[in-house]
Design a protein around this ligand. Structure first.
Ligand code: C2O
Ligand code: CU
Ligand code: CU
Length: 495
C-alpha cells in the first residue's frame, strides 16, 4: 500500500470541511494497484500553433482593458462542446504586453455564476491591495479595476489567474489564465529578429461527453493532472519555421499540478530567462528545462535545418505520487516544429550579455518553512487530507509571518514529504541561494529572478528575499489542489 509506505501521519478528519466526506469508495484506493479507466476521447490535433491575442499599451503609456470571466464553450474534440471558463471568451486569456514604466488599468468583470473571483498578477511587483488576493474577492456579478505601474527593471514573463478563496484550483483548470509580458523600457538585449513567442502550456481532462469531470480525492492529493497538454489552447499544434534562425520562446507552465520537462527534440538551446526576466548571460548547451507548476523560462532555440521536424516533448519526471492513476512514464509530445529551407543554414550568434542582476544584500534573518501533509484513509468518512506549511492549514485573516519592507531575509523551504512541492510567494522576485539533499549542498549555478521554486521531495531550498512594498502577501504551494487543501500562509510586510 503506497500510502502506508509513504509514512503519512493520520490525523482527525478534515473531510467534511472540504466536502468529500462521502467519497468512501475510490476505485483502486483500498487495493493499491487498480487504476481508474482513462477516457479515450481524442482532441483535435495538428492545427497551426495559435498565437495568443495580444493586448498592448496605448500611445499614452497606459494599458487599459477589461477582462470578463464567464462560462464559454470550446471545441476541443471535433463536433463536441466542452464547457470552460474563459476571459473575453478565450482560454488562455489575452496576452498583455506592456513596457516598464507603463500604467496598467484592467477591469475584471466577474460573470462566473455563484463564485467569487479575483485576478492575481503572478510574479508582478504590484501593490498588495491590487494583487487579487483571496481577501479581496470580486463577487459574482461585480466588477473591479486593478491599477498599478510597472517599475523599472520589471521586464519579464508573468501571468495572471484567479485567486479566490476555495475556487482557485477549479477556476484555473476550467480555463482562466493568461500571459502578461513586460518588455524593457530601453533596448531589448535579445535581437528582435529572434521573434518572441509565448508557449502557454495548460492541461485538461475530459469525460466521454467532452466535459471536464470534477476533481477526485486522488486529484486533490496529488494535484489535478490532465490527460493531455495544450499549447496556447491547442493540442499538439504545429509551427513552421525557416532554417537559419534562433527563436525566442517564453515557456509557461500554467498546469494545475503537472511538471513539464521540456526538450526540443535534443537540440541544444540557450536558457536566457527565468520567472522574473532575463538572466545575466545566456546559459548555452541546454537540452532540457524542468518547469514545475507556475514556473517560466525564456529560451533561444537554434534551427539549422538539419532536423526537418522537431518534436517538442515533456520528458518523464518523477515528482512523487500517492494512490492510483500515476502519470505514465512515457514522454509526452507537446507540439511539432517543421523546419523549411536550407538543410545546413548558419545560425546567428547568441548575445553575450543580457543584463545585470543585483545582489539582494546581507541578511541576518532566517525563516523556515516546512511542508507537511496529513492523510487518513479508511473509516466511515472514506479519506481526509490536509496540506500544511509549518504544521498549519491556511486560515483566512491569520498572519503567519511578518517581515520588514526593504530588509533581505533568508528563507529555508524544507520538504520532508514524498512529493515535490513548488513554493511561490506573491509580490516580489527572490533569488535561490542553494539546494540541499541527503547532505549535499549545491549552490545555484547562476543568478536568476524567481517567484516559484520547486522543492523536490526530501530537499531543502534556501532563497534570499526582499519585499519592497508593504501589505499582506500569500505564499503557497503552486500545486493548486494543495493550495486548496491549506498549503498556504499569509506574510505581512510592514515598515
Ligand atoms: Cu500563481 Cu498565489 O499564485
Ligand atoms: Cu502568485
Ligand atoms: Cu504541494
Amino acid at each position: 500500500n503506497l500510502l502506508a509506505s509513504a509514512g503519512i501521519l493520520a490525523t482527525g478528519t478534515m473531510a467534511a470541511r472540504y466536502g468529500f466526506a462521502q467519497m468512501s469508495s475510490m476505485p483502486g484506493m483500498q487495493h493499491g494497484g487498480a487504476v481508474p479507466p482513462k477516457t479515450v476521447i481524442q482532441p483535435i490535433e495538428g492545427q497551426p500553433l495559435p498565437m495568443l491575442k495580444e493586448v498592448g499599451t496605448g500611445a499614452n503609456g497606459e494599458l487599459v482593458a477589461e477582462l470578463r470571466a464567464s462560462p464559454a464553450s470550446a471545441e476541443i474534440v471535433r463536433g463536441m462542446k466542452t464547457p470552460i471558463l474563459a476571459y473575453n471568451g478565450m482560454s488562455p486569456g489575452p496576452c498583455f504586453v506592456a513596457r516598464e514604466g507603463d500604467l496598467v488599468r484592467i477591469t475584471l468583470v466577474n460573470a462566473i455564476p455563484g463564485q467569487e473571483s479575483t485576478i492575481h498578477w503572478h510574479g508582478m511587483p504590484v501593490p498588495a491591495e491590487q494583487d487579487g488576493n483571496p481577501m479581496n474577492p470580486v463577487t459574482s456579478g461585480e466588477r473591479r479595476t486593478y491599477e498599478f505601474r510597472l517599475p523599472e527593471g520589471s521586464a519579464g514573463s508573468y501571468w495572471y489567474h484567479p485567486h479566490p478563496h476555495k475556487f482557485t484550483a477549479e477556476q484555473v483548470y476550467r480555463g482562466l489564465a493568461g500571459a502578461f509580458i513586460v518588455k524593457p523600457r530601453g533596448e531589448d538585449p535579445v535581437p528582435a529578429a529572434f521573434g518572441d513567442t509565448p508557449l502557454f502550456f495548460t492541461d485538461m481532462r475530459l469525460a466521454s461527453d467532452a466535459t471536464m469531470p470534477a476533481s477526485t480525492p486522488v486529484d486533490l492529493m496529488n494535484g489535478r493532472q490532465g490527460d493531455f497538454v495544450l499549447v496556447n489552447g491547442a493540442y499538439k499544434p504545429e509551427l513552421s519555421l525557416e532554417a537559419g534562425t534562433r527563436r525566442r520562446f517564453r515557456l509557461y507552465n500554467a498546469l494545475n499540478a503537472g511538471y513539464l520537462r521540456i526538450s526540443f527534440g535534443g537540440i541544444k538551446f540557450a536558457l536566457i530567462g527565468s520567472d522574473g526576466g532575463l538572466l545575466e548571460a545566456p546559459v548555452a548547451d541546454m537540452t532540457e528545462v524542468l518547469l514545475a507548476p507556475a514556473e517560466r523560462a525564456e529560451v533561444l532555440v537554434p534551427f539549422d535545418g538539419s532536423q526537418r521536424s522537431v518534436t517538442v516533448q515533456s520528458l518523464t519526471y518523477d515528482r512523487g505520487w500517492m494512490g492510483p492513476g500515476a502519470p505514465s512514464a512515457a514522454a509526452v509530445d507537446l507540439m511539432t516544429i517543421s523546419v523549411t529551407g536550407s538543410a545546413a543554414a548558419s545560425i546567428p550568434p547568441l548575445p553575450s550579455k543580457l543584463r545585470a542582476i543585483a545582489d539582494l544584500g546581507a541578511s541576518t534573518i532566517t525563516k523556515r518553512f516546512v511542508f507537511g501533509e496529513t492523510i487518513k484513509m479508511g473509516g466511515p468518512g472514506g479519506m481526509s487530507m490536509t496540506f500544511l506549511i509549518n504544521g498549519k492549514v491556511f486560515e483566512p485573516g491569520r498572519i503567519d509571518e511578518t517581515m520588514k519592507v526593504g530588509q533581505p531575509e533568508i528563507w529555508e523551504i524544507v520538504n520532508p514529504t514524498d512529493m515535490d512541492h513548488p513554493f511561490h510567494i506573491h509580490g516580489t522576485q527572490f533569488q535561490v541561494i542553494d539546494t540541499e539533499k541527503s547532505g549535499t549542498r549545491v549552490a545555484a549555478p547562476f543568478k536568476a529572478w524567481k517567484d516559484t521554486v520547486n522543492v523536490a521531495s526530501k530537499e531543502t531550498v534556501r532563497i534570499k528575499i526582499v519585499q519592497d512594498m508593504p501589505g499582506d502577501r500569500m505564499y503557497h504551494c503552486h500545486i493548486l489542489e494543495h493550495e486548496h487543501l491549506g498549503m498556504m500562509g499569509t506574510l505581512r510586510a510592514g515598515a
